[in-house]
Ligand binder design. Sequence first.
Ligand code: C5P
Length: 218
Amino acid sequence: LTPQDLIGETVLVTAGPTREELDPVRYLSNRSSGKMGYAIARAAVNRGAKVILVSGPTALTPPCGVEFLGATSAAQMREAVLGKAGEATVIVKAAAVADYRPATRAAQKIKKEGSREMTLVLEKNPDILAELGEIKGARYLVGFAAETADLLANAGKKLKSKNLDLIVANDVTEEGAGFDVDTNIVRFLFADGTVQELPRMSKEEVAGRLLDVIAARR
Ligand code: C5P
């Protein structure tokens, strides 16, 4: 039987990509499927937590029993997350938030007539997780870091700069890890400097291990 070890917790999970609109028919996005975040949300419900899932556009069906908030852009995801953060005892940011958005959104479809090249000007999106780190309080804050090089160093930097308790790091160039596959190969980096390496496992199993850590922290 599933242990009910998250009763009393409110877990806010973000999942999926964001879309940053360029014009009425185009957007910039990434390959996040949302599978990791949805697996965490589902497992947390099964272990007795109240779960709020804030999700970018995905092909997945929200798990039964979650409070679901859809968001398309990073700005919308930020609004939803900051609006619900006060209720959360644990926040897990598995969403792949776009780092940049087009500086302007064209009101009409951008035409290809004219020059052979076009330059897009992008501006930085707010870092939602870093903002949460600033208002952390007693909340347990978990981030994800998908890297293609210097995994531990880069993830460690994010853990510190965003004031997290735990960062789940994965090298997305490894076979069977990262975007749009059903398995992941992750390392847990904790604020005290400890690192826990996990073998390749399903995203459901990764979710279970993460929730074990969260349940054991009290
Ligand atoms: O993009 P980066 O590698 O810095 O993402 C690390 C963590 O920060 C992830 O958990 C991601 O959800 C979060 N993040 C965010 N807002 C951003 C960029 C990243 O919340 N604008």
